[in-house]
Write a protein that binds this ligand. Structure first.
Ligand code: NDP
Length: 330
């Protein structure tokens, strides 16, 4: 693999991560499902190379993805590409745990969080992460304990910013209150699902948090796991996510007749703006100014290239086109 020429080029633009000074590429790349399951070491470097060449600077990961293997593969790819550490932003997320003990599963306790971050760094072969997330809320650990732990990790230099994933607005406001009271580092970003079929949290529940707290968003599943690419309109392709062992739970949603009828109607709109369905769905997410970065997923370089070109489609989303989309998705 040739060394990547890390020039910031391509059409991907950079947005501030909420009120922080960090600039993330508006399109980023994540490794859930793919690294360690569909994509091995060599192809992972290829994917990251493709993303970097398009201007992507943020790569999303989590401890639980492939039981830690996804972090190891991503770290090996960074090393193979000899990427300067200042040129990329990398994340990990914690909650589910990969060790089967009462204090390391489904938790955000202090012991788990501090030890888990150390292990991520080992697997990634890095000395710090840029973003760390509480992957889900944990009703069994006081939010105060979690805020102290995440703030301490950032204070130790092992991560630069912390945030949450799929927390409620109420839980986030509680975290801000605790951070303010004790002069701790507060959450900078949230990672919610956001796509044409799942929009409530980003557009309604979190609405007061952008202005009041400067919350940034790194949003996931822009294609609703591939549904919005149109690939499930006529059944389940053999090489698709819905056909993977272990992901049967996604199948009903991906093959839903009602959802696929809407996708068929969206195809007419995509044709009008001269884009693919996937590009239209991703551009629609980018069109929301509260989204700092849309995390893309792809199992093939060709998909990633297609999806990265979604940046070019945003300008084609006129008010009329947005209304047509609204009429379909509701
Ligand atoms: P998407 O909804 O975009 O789904 C990506 C999948 O759709 C690909 O792996 C591929 O699957 C298929 N696909 C992508 N592009 C195309 C295309 N152009 N044509 C046809 N099929 C396509 O994103 P993900 O669900 O992967 O989520 C993106 C990232 O978000 C994750 O990698 C992860 O980093 C993050 N995430 C975070 C979560 C959280 O709880 N915080 C939860 C989930 C994701 P295939 O080819 O196998 O069908």
């Amino acid at each position: 693999m040739p060394t990547v020429n890390v020039r910031e080029r391509g059409d991907v633009q950079y947005r501030r991560l909420g009120k922080s000074g960090l600039k993330v590429s508006s399109l980023s790349f994540g490794s859930w499902v793919t690294f360690g399951t569909q994509i091995a070491e060599n192809s992972a470097a290829n994917m990251i190379h493709t993303a970097i060449e398009a201007g992507v600077n943020f790569f999303d990961n989590a401890e639980v993805y492939s039981g830690g293997e996804s972090e190891r593969i991503m770290g090996a790819a960074f090393a193979e590409l000899a990427l300067p550490r200042h040129s990329f932003i990398v994340s990990s997320k914690y909650f589910w745990g990969i060790h089967d003990t009462p204090h390391t599963k489904f938790t955000l306790n202090r012991k788990y969080l501090l030890e888990a971050v150390d292990k991520s760094l080992e697997r990634l072969s890095l000395d710090h992460l840029d973003l760390i997330f509480c992957h889900r809320p944990d009703p069994d650990t006081p939010i105060e304990e979690t805020v102290w732990a995440m703030s301490d990790i950032v204070g130790s230099g092992k991560a630069h910013y912390w945030g949450t994933s799929e927390w409620s607005a109420g839980e986030l406001i509680e975290a801000y209150r605790i951070a303010e009271k004790h002069h701790l580092r507060a959450p900078v970003m949230e990672q919610p699902q956001y796509n044409m079929f799942t929009r409530e949290k980003v557009e309604k529940e979190f609405a007061p948090l952008y202005g009041n707290y400067g919350l940034g968003l790194t949003t996931w599943s822009p294609l609703a796991s591939g549904l919005l690419s149109g690939k499930y309109i006529s059944g389940v392709p053999k090489d698709s996510r819905a056909a993977l062992a272990g992901y049967e739970w996604l199948k009903d949603g991906l093959t839903s007749k009602e959802a696929n009828e809407k996708v068929k109607r969206l195809k007419v709109v995509a044709d009008k703006v001269d884009s693919t369905l996937s590009q239209l769905a991703i551009a629609w997410c980018l069109n929301n100014p509260n989204v700092s970065t849309v995390i893309l997923g792809a199992s093939k370089v060709s998909q990633l290239k297609e999806n990265l070109a979604a940046s070019e489609v945003v300008d084609r989303l006129s008010p009329e086109i947005i209304s047509e989309i609204e009429a379909i998705i509701g």
